[in-house]
Design a protein around this ligand. Sequence first.
Ligand code: XIL
Length: 323
Amino acid sequence: PASDTSLQKMLPFKFGGAVNINLLRTNTKYADVAKHEYNSITAENAMKFGALHPQENTYNWTDADYLVNFAQTNGAKRVHGHTLIWHQSLPSWVTNYSGDSAAFENIMKTHIQTVVTRFKGKVTSWDVVNEAFEDSGVLRNSIWRQKLGDDYIARCFQYANQADPDAILFYNDYGHEYSSAKRTAITNMITDFKNRGIPIHGTGMQFHMTVTQSDANISTAINAAAATGLKVHIAELDIRLNNDKVQGLTFTTAMATQQAAKYGYVVKTFNAIPAAQKYGITTWNVGDADSWVPGWLGAPDWPLPFDAVYKRKPAYYSIINAV
Ligand code: XIL
């Protein structure tokens, strides 16, 4: 491809990455990839509850503002907000809260509305609720559900919509590609929300997946998401190679080829859904050395389209060639 090739130029939908704000600030190569390749951007951690709202009356906007400014000054990239309500990344003032359920509801509402209002007109879309279901399809018994009941999810969407009626609101989760029970539970929730007039506009599928995931499962997940009629965001894509956690494994040409084929299949299948529903694809970080996967797996891995020195991998070319 020509030297001015980039994902944002070659793909007929938005493509981006989750970024680490410290790397964005300090690593020129990292920032250059984000600038050149992406037209959508997500904060890997900087917009999570614990990062933005460490004390009840303290909000920390510095990193999130840096990201929004980066996006605005480098070609008006779309910013996708991740995430308002989740069971992780909660500060201890929330997890240890001793007040009653009305007071806890107010914490949830105030957090959502303060954050959404702060970024109104700057953050296009939000993962309003993240990972509320178990793989079995039951609601996760998070602190939010324990204190506020099963319908807290619907109220989160209403609160976000009140704060910014133009924001595109997503429910985000993982496992659509391997758990039909979870996929069905999410689809049923979306149908229920539509029937009740709860403002939901998109479904985010994380797609942290193993390279051995079948094409059939990937296609079932993408098409089921599209069948909801909502926008579809492949929101946290990475394709790991070492699901067996082999210590001391090294990255081979054969692995690169297999991974490239899987990236290509995801992109091709996504690109086949109706244009109005293609919200975009976001990889979870930029280069292999930046990925959360090795830490999470406890083993070496190379799950992203750029290598540790931000060179394009076979996966990169496979993404471009899939459309
Ligand atoms: C992960 C980040 O990548 C890590 O840096 C952090 O320590 C924990 O969270 N699903 C999500 C993301 O929705 O927010 C998670 O991000 C990865 C799994």
